[in-house]
Design a protein around this ligand. Structure first.
Ligand SMILES: [Zn+2]
Length: 414
């Protein structure tokens, strides 16, 4: 509606709305200090990566974990595995790691049973009107800036528009995190994409981290944080090979970080002051999620690598200094038996991880997206084992025999 109105009409509406809503909106630096308009984005001066780091050193640093979706609309699902449940399980693994570190104060907005945490539920109920106003203000502000030619709306990746209640709970998260000065919000998801045969596994694989597009105020801090998290996750999952999801790193290289302007979770319409990331950890149909034992190892490792990525962003030498283990997957107790093509399960998953750490997995010329750590001993693993055996002077059978296993057992995380 507003986009069709001339700016002379929109501006009074916009300012009028601000006065009605009150002080929360007057925190927007653009309005308080018009002179700062030029400094960063049209929405105001956002948090810089160094300002974010300082908050950690002043410490401890609050981090809100938001396992995506809820028990009513659970996102995607595959063969009985609901995305929302996986998101919650991963959320608590990450929560526990952060809680053990005195430099972080983790919070999570879902209970272990997937219901909203009581504090968040009551925040949404008690502040419904204010949250709705926050949403309207954010949208009107964007339309006004766009009408003025000050903001370039770009559709980078198509998303299905969020249902009204979903959109409201995401604005609630942004508003709450802004008001409470929570500098980092992590939205945890597992991916899917529209396809004809939803009952069969799709063809794409890997992870993506959505960050706010550069015109949004929280773009710089979010992108910088995403880089260290992505760097760690790459050890376990490849960048998503879904064509529209291929992002570019700051150095222009294709990678898993995808700038986005429309996702409320990253702070669309300038609705988020601090860093916000949406992490799609892999596709819901990927085999490593569909064997309970493999899933347990995979999720524990995803949480661990996310934690290490966060830690590295704030303190680049912490991991070596504090002797934090590089992976939860090794050392691993393999049973003494032969492993070969056609086997699957956690022993295969750990084997693939060891081969990956040694640089043999995925086999050369292939990517982790086409050869994921899957727990399935197929052609990718056979080729990797052959290369490993070749390099170690063993006969390259592609089968894990006793002498190959002895060498594999010696692999440690690094
Ligand atoms: Zn999701």
């Amino acid at each position: 509606m507003f986009s069709r109105l001339p700016p002379s009409v929109i501006l009074p509406l916009f300012i009028g709305g601000l006065l009605l809503v009150g002080s929360a909106y007057l925190d927007i630096p653009v309005l308080r200090f018009p002179g700062e308009l030029v400094a960063n984005t049209i929405f105001g001066v956002g948090l810089s990566p160094d300002e974010l780091r300082v908050k950690y050193w002043v410490g401890p640093l609050p981090i809100l974990i938001v396992p995506g979706h809820d028990n009513d609309s659970w996102g995607t699902q595959f063969k009985g595995l609901k995305e929302s449940d996986v998101n919650v399980a991963l959320g608590y693994l990450l929560y526990d790691l952060l809680a053990k570190d005195p430099r972080f104060v983790p919070m999570i907005n879902r209970a272990p049973d997937g219901e909203y945490a009581l504090w968040f539920e009551s925040y949404m109920k008690e502040n419904k009107v204010a949250i709705e106003q926050f949403r309207t203000q954010s949208k009107v502000k964007t339309r006004y800036f766009a009408a003025q030619g000050l903001y370039d709306p770009r559709r980078l990746v198509h998303h299905n528009p969020a249902a009204d209640n979903v959109s409201l709970s995401l604005y609630a998260i942004n508003k709450w995190a802004n008001d409470q000065n929570v500098p980092v919000v992590l939205h945890l998801h597992f991916n899917d994409y529209p396809r004809r045969r939803a009952g069969e596994a799709g063809e794409y694989s890997g992870f993506a981290i959505y960050v706010p597009e550069t015109q949004l105020p929280n773009a710089r801090a979010s992108a910088a944080l995403a880089e260290t998290v992505a760097e760690r996750l790459m050890r376990v999952v490849g960048p998503s090979n879904l064509p529209k999801e291929k992002g570019l790193t700051s150095s222009g290289v294709e990678g898993p970080i995808v700038p986005d302007q429309e996702l409320i979770a990253v702070g669309s319409n300038g609705s988020r002051d601090g860093a916000s990331l949406v992490i799609e950890y892999s596709y819901i149909y990927e085999p490593q999620l569909h064997d309970a034992e493999v899933r347990r190892l995979f999720m524990r490792e995803l949480a661990h690598q996310t934690y290490l990525g966060l830690k590295t962003f704030f303190d680049s030498t912490a991991l070596t200094r504090e002797g934090v283990s590089a992976t939860t997957l090794l050392p691993y107790e393999w049973p003494s038996k032969t492993f070969s093509d056609g086997m699957r399960g956690k022993d295969v998953f750990a084997l693939q991880s060891a081969l990956r750490i040694e640089g043999y997995y995925p086999p050369s010329g292939l990517s982790l997206a086409s050869c994921p750590l899957s727990g399935v001993y197929g052609p990718c693993t056979t080729f990797a084992v052959k290369a490993f055996q070749n390099a170690k002077g063993l006969s390259s059978s592609g089968i894990i025999d006793e002498s190959t296993l002895t060498l594999i057992k010696g692999v440690r995380g690094k």
